[in-house]
Design a binder for this molecule. Structure first.
Ligand code: SAM
Length: 249
């Protein structure tokens, strides 16, 4: 039986590929890649040349069958995406589920991931957090998604595309509240890496000061509420009421 390796690749800095990832990429017979050109460049940087199969959001079902065919034939396959960890806001989840369902070994080869990279250096505490990934792109659906998160008092990690970054940060301020601080982690592991922290409207202002600031890749971290802020107070009133109601005859 072939093994499916789920291999993380760098999110910017090419040095962030692990020794083990290199070993696995060198050893497998086939690499299933989100964009074969991007992966061909990565492989050639390490003087590797492999049989590449495209597996992206538009062909994942068909490509899954192809890859399972390789596993069936006893060939090992590395699943990679353009950047970071496959199947995390990226193609590959269907393939992983199908390989497991059919009993093939699935082995993760961990490495870069933009969410954890941002979180590890944002200084928002080491406790629970929610990884959300991409918000819906339509304003109404985005607002609804954010509203559903209002009562969750954890740091929340979002991915966002450059052309929606301003709208999303603004929508976060409007739904989760201006008192909820934000850390924007931009261009992680790259030359122009930056962490910017402030209230949602400060972040919007920072982004709008110079359109160049809106280019690049972003992780948005919404901090947990500060003690004593508005919604927390609502919560206290609610639990106080609940406690009082319990006492009523
Ligand atoms: N699978 C990837 C991972 O493990 O992080 C995520 C892929 S997702 C399609 C791409 C999004 O991840 C970008 O829109 C951005 O929000 C975030 N991202 C990826 N690389 C980044 C970087 N170098 N700096 C900041 N954010 C990044």
């Amino acid at each position: 039986k072939g093994t499916l390796y789920v291999v993380a690749t760098p999110i910017g800095n090419l040095r962030d590929l692990s020794f083990r990832a290199l070993d696995v990429l060198a050893a497998v017979e086939v690499v299933a890649a989100e964009d074969t050109r991007v992966t061909a460049r990565l492989l050639s940087h390490y003087n590797l040349s492999k049989r590449l199969v495209a597996l992206h959001e538009h062909n994942e079902r068909r490509a899954t069958e192809t890859v399972v065919g390789f596993l069936e034939a006893g060939k090992s396959v590395a699943l990679v995406s353009d950047a970071g960890t496959p199947a995390i806001s990226d193609p590959g989840a269907q393939l992983v589920a199908e390989a497991r369902r059919r009993g093939y070994p699935v082995v993760p080869v961990p490495g870069a991931n933009a969410a954890l990279c941002a979180l590890s250096a944002a200084g928002v505490g080491g406790g629970p957090f929610l990884f959300y990934g991409f918000l819906p792109s339509r304003p109404k659906a985005r607002r609804e998604a954010l509203t559903a998160l209002r009562e969750l008092n954890f740091p929340i990690v979002f991915y966002e595309a450059p052309h929606r970054i301003v709208d999303s940060v603004r929508a976060i301020g409007e739904t989760l509240g201006e008192s909820r601080r934000i850390t924007l982690a931009k261009e992680l592991t790259k030359v122009h890496e930056a962490f910017v922290e402030g209230a949602p409207q400060d972040i919007v202002a920072w982004l709008e000061t110079d359109p160049a600031r809106q280019r690049g890749e972003f992780v948005i971290i919404v901090h947990a509420r500060a003690p004593g802020d508005e919604l927390a107070a609502t919560f206290d009133a609610t639990s106080l009421l609940a406690a009082l109601i319990d006492e009523l005859p």
